[in-house]
Unconditional design. Structure first.
Ligand code: C2E
Ligand code: MG
Ligand code: MG
Length: 722
């Protein structure tokens, strides 16, 4: 078609000036051919005006044959540059001018009359007369839009993640190389940040991939919104992203944006009607401070991320070679712990739980111990944190559950039965398979009643994901297993949330128990938890009970079940049956076992501890400054906390009892002694002051005895009133 072909002139129905007439059949044939070929064909005369245009060309240009014939080609066939949309010369014009065939090397954009745009390949050839003189040109053009879109799409997909539309690992590798070169050139710093989501897997497991995907898309949007146009966010795996932050002068310049990234990712996600949370652990390697190759830099950022996860999650960690070594050690420790599981170096110890009101052993808690062949007993604090957030936790918990069931089954064969509680690590509970595995373990020990097994999980873990934990508890209940919240009081649970958890028991954290007799705040918390348990109709247990006094106080407050060194230390399995058989309750417990206190009497129980503390502080003050005690609290018996109770709550409730009135004289005397001690102390006569403290302690015992009498009188009165 590139050479002169007389059919053009006749087909167009307009003279091209060659003077030949073709037979009508031939003309008709040419018209049919032109109409049916898929390329657009336009012929022009020597002046560049259109003489022929076929149907496809009419379609692409938006001009009909009638409109187009005779118009300059440039008016009908408007080509622009694909990238910058600048006008480009029509190939037909070039073909006429240069009298040669011409085609574009690259695609061009054809803009139709109505604004539609097509990506086209176009070429043109001159039409020559018999003397090779130019008579016009023929332009052939093909719409390649679909093709090119497809190609572009494939190219885009090769470099992008289909879900989030972020660059993928391929494109990231290019961008990383470019960014590193640029940082070198501009003498700036580049932060390569490896970001991995914390808590994403449970969302995927629990709510399905569709919800998981929506969280990932939101994360991608949040990350993209935070970075500058010159920076990059890429998604390189399930819940793994890499950010390239450019243009800083000092490593600390990156801290604000890293903080913002953490905060942004941690903000709640609302998917359907659910509120979900994930956090991010970020590892950062900074180039060119770290002048390794791109692969190594990414690996360093990944390692730093791993470290951030191990040390608490929801944080970022800069890579440095020191913790690289630590990380190495950490990995070795994990390997060692895995091996310990395989080599059966773990043992379970059992600590009894006792109901002090009835004097009965009601169960025991299984506590893990590591008997290292060289190091001996390894403290829990040295290995439980090491495996936190790793799959070893899961293996360990599974081992504990199976071992407890095996032990219970062995005991049962010896005629010994006792409910046992097991500690479950919080991340294990998050796993979708947890309940199924528990069911399988129970099924494998059919001779053990599931109701004898109780799971303990720390309170803070439970409130992390209330909805899920509720399902786990309900599923455990269906299996017959009970559930209690451990270390209760440390997790700052909101009451409204707790109400939604069908737990069977609350275990008051030992830190409150330890100080409850000295610290009225702790005592108030203990009392509060006991009240809470009554409202929720769950049982309450106190752990870390070390003295009889603690036990009695707990019982008087309404917590009858206790566990602690005061009763027994954790012991090997083989010692437990004998211990239980030989167990004798402390006779002092039964003294108060029949009494139940009214809530209004609570300050009476607390008063004695206020007094004990006052005496302690005064005795200690002989050698030191007065501390928290002010002089007025010593000289004035109405100014100390005990005096305050006596004058107000005490007088109001017990003012009519002789046991109450008796106390005043002793209290007065003890303040006289205290005042004398204060004076001697002021004059520097420390020895003389110290001698008086014996008298002080004697009077304290007397007050405690009198308080004891008063408490007995009060309980008698309650009984009479009933
Ligand atoms: P926990 O479940 O709150 O267990 C009570 C801890 O307090 C035990 O420490 C126990 O030995 C200790 N304890 C008991 N009575 C007293 C007392 O009167 N005074 C004092 N000062 N301490 C007392 P242990 O065995 O070192 O365990 C510490 C924590 O490690 C446990 O706290 C539990 O959270 C975890 N743990 C223990 N065994 C396991 C296990 O088998 N699996 C899992 N996942 N965690 C475990
Ligand atoms: Mg526990
Ligand atoms: Mg505990």
């Amino acid at each position: 078609m590139a050479s002169h072909d007389p059919t053009w002139s006749s087909a167009a129905g307009s003279p091209t000036g060659n003077g030949h007439d073709n037979p009508p059949a031939e003309n008709e044939m040419a018209r049919v051919i032109l109409a049916s070929i898929s390329e657009a064909v336009i012929a022009t005369d020597a002046a560049g005006c259109i003489s022929t245009i076929n149907a496809e060309a009419e379609h692409l240009t938006g001009w009909s044959r009638q409109q187009a014939i005779g118009l300059p080609l440039g008016d009908v066939f408007r080509l622009v540059d694909l990238d910058n949309r600048g006008p480009i010369e029509c190939p037909a014009t070039v073909a006429i001018r240069e009298n040669r065939a011409f085609r574009f090397e690259t695609d061009a954009l054809l803009v139709a009359r109505d604004g539609r745009e097509f990506i086209v390949e176009a070429s043109a050839a001159p039409i020559r007369g018999e003397a090779a003189e130019p008579l016009g040109a023929v332009l052939i053009c093909r719409d390649v839009s679909d093709n090119r879109h497809l190609q572009r799409c494939i190219a885009w997909q090769a470099g992008h993640d289909a879900l989030t539309h972020l660059p993928n690992r391929n494109l990231l590798t290019d961008r990383l190389r470019q960014a590193m070169a640029q940082a070198q050139r501009q003498r700036t710093l580049l932060a390569v940040c490896y970001l991995d989501l914390d808590g994403f897997k449970p969302i995927n497991d629990r709510y399905g991939h569709e919800i998981g995907d929506r969280v990932l898309v939101s994360v991608a949007e949040r990350l993209t919104a935070l970075i500058r146009g010159s920076d990059t966010v890429a998604r390189i795996g399930g819940d793994e992203f890499v950010l390239l932050l450019t243009g800083a002068e000092a490593p600390t310049d990156f801290h604000p944006v890293l903080e913002r990234l953490l905060a942004e990712v941690a903000a709640p996600y609302h998917v359907d009607s659910r509120q979900l949370t994930v956090t991010a652990s970020i590892g950062v390697a900074i180039c060119p401070l770290d002048d390794s190759d791109p692969d190594t830099i990414l690996r360093h950022a990944d390692q730093a991320m791993y470290y951030a996860k191990q040390t608490g999650r929801n944080r970022y960690q800069l890579f440095d070679s020191e913790y690289d070594r630590k990380l190495g050690r950490h990995r070795e420790e994990i390997v060692r712990i895995r091996q310990a599981l395989k080599e059966q170096e773990f043992r379970l110890y059992f600590q009894p739980k006792v109901n002090i009101r009835t004097g009965k052993v009601i169960g025991a808690e299984a506590l893990i111990r590591w008997l290292h062949p060289e190091r001996g007993l390894v403290p829990l604090g040295e290995f439980l944190p090491v495996i936190a957030n790793t799959d070893v936790t899961e293996s360990l918990d599974t081992w504990v559950i199976n071992e407890v069931l095996r032990q219970m089954s062995a005991w049962s064969a010896q005629g010994f039965t006792l409910p046992i509680s097991v500690n479950i690590s919080p991340d294990n509970l998050q796993r979708a398979e947890f309940v199924d595995q528990l069911a399988a373990s129970l099924a494998a020990h059919a001779d053990v009643a599931p109701s004898l097994l109780e799971l303990e999980v720390i309170e803070s873990a439970a409130i992390d994901d209330l909805g899920h934990i509720r399902h786990v508890i309900e599923a455990c209940h269906r299996l017959g297993v009970t559930f209690s919240l451990d270390d209760f009081g440390t997790g700052y649970s909101c009451l409204a949330n707790l109400r939604r958890l069908p737990v069977d028991g609350l275990k008051i954290d030992q830190s409150f128990i330890r100080d409850m007799l000295d610290d009225s705040n702790d005592l108030a918390i203990v009392e509060g938890v006991i009240g809470l348990a009554q409202v929720f109709q769950s049982h309450v247990i106190a752990e870390g009970v070390e003295t009889t006094e603690h036990a009695i106080m707990l019982m008087r407050l309404g917590c009858d079940i206790v566990q602690g060194f005061g009763i027994a230390r954790p012991m090997p399995a083989e010692e437990l049956p004998d211990w239980v058989r030989q167990f004798k309750p402390d006779p002092k417990w039964s003294l108060w076992a029949d009494t139940h206190w009214e809530l209004t009497d609570f300050p009476l129980l607390v008063a004695q501890y206020d007094h004990i503390r006052w005496v302690k502080q005064l005795v200690m003050a002989i050698d030191q400054p007065l501390g928290r005690l002010d002089a007025n609290e010593i000289t004035d018996r109405h100014a100390c906390r005990f005096g305050h109770w006596y004058d107000h709550h005490g007088r109001l409730h017990y003012g009519d009892l002789p046991e109450f009135t008796d106390i005043d004289t002793t209290h007065n005397r003890i303040h006289e002694v205290g005042t004398r001690m204060l004076r001697l102390h002021g004059k520097g006569q420390t020895e003389a002051a110290r001698l008086l403290s014996a008298e002080l302690l004697r009077l304290k015992d007397q007050i405690l005895e009198q308080l004891h009498q008063l408490q007995s009188a009060v309980t008698r009165r309650h009984v009479d009133q009933r």
